[in-house]
Design a protein around this ligand. Structure first.
Ligand code: 6GU
Length: 244
């Protein structure tokens, strides 16, 4: 695999969790080459300025284009293939499991973390020369900057890269892979605090268990995420057609 991931940020410490757990292990094993770049290293003034006031007025500050162009050039020189530039922003297209799957197949992803009111719009046009640019949003709420969104996106993408997760089987039975939410799970003891594990799970009848779990997934999805049901139904009829 050996995928290259670069993150450009003014808060490199925000990305420290990427040293931990499965992603940290994948980096140490050489499956993922992840580098975090401090945008301020690409400034040239004494105060290492990355922002300025917006033309046309308005609230807040805008990220200056110059440090961004130099950081993007630094990463693009000698890139083995045309990288994808991901800019996390609430104004972007939705990042979902299908997006994660698509991006997990890429050889080189670069994440540009914006802060303040955003990045000077010309940076997107400039980046078009060397990058496939994607503006992506986690959902309809506002974070202070792209860093936390990058943590979520990198985790969603990296765990789909072959070798990063030991048990590849655990990937297929998950929420959002076939459009339905997961079934409820239980472990020992069978009785706890006066609460029982559903009898069917103790029956040893694998056919009944599979049917029960599928029914639970349908009920749970209808209850919590009814918006997912049309797409899930489409996936199920497509799977049925393949089997026929
Ligand atoms: Cl991807 N970035 C930021 N800054 N805020 C967000 C977001 C992304 N997704 C939802 N809110």
């Amino acid at each position: 695999s050996d995928v290259q991931l670069d993150v450009i940020t003014i808060f490199p410490d925000y990305l420290a969790p990427l040293d931990l757990s499965l992603i940290g292990k994948a980096r140490r094993d050489g499956l993922i080459d992840l580098r975090v770049h401090d945008l301020r290293e690409f400034t040239h003034d004494r105060h290492r300025t990355v922002d300025d006031t917006p033309y046309g007025g308005g609230a807040g500050m805008v990220m200056k284009p110059q440090p961004w162009s130099e950081a993007l050039d630094h990463i693009a020189v000698g890139a083995q293939s045309r990288p994808i530039l991901i800019v996390p922003a609430p104004s972007g297209q939705r990042f979902d499991q299908a997006t994660a799957r698509e991006l997990a197949d890429a050889a080189h992803l670069v994440f540009a973390c914006g802060r303040y009111e955003g990045i000077d719009e010309r940076v997107y046009e400039y980046a078009d020369r060397d990058y496939d640019v994607r503006i992506l949003s986690l959902g309809d709420y506002v974070l202070n900057g792209g860093e936390v969104a990058v943590l979520a996106m990198v985790e969603a993408i990296a765990r789909l890269i072959p070798g990063v997760i030991g048990n590849a089987e655990s990937l297929v039975e998950e929420s959002h892979e076939d459009g339905l939410l997961e079934y409820p799970v239980y472990t020992k003891p069978a009785q706890w605090q006066g609460l029982s594990v559903p009898e069917v799970l103790l029956s040893g009848d694998h056919g009944r268990i599979a049917a029960w779990r599928h029914q639970q997934r349908l009920e749970r999805t209808a209850d919590r995420r009814p918006d997912l049901l049309p797409a899930a139904a489409a996936t199920q009829s497509a799977e049925l057609e393949i089997r026929l």
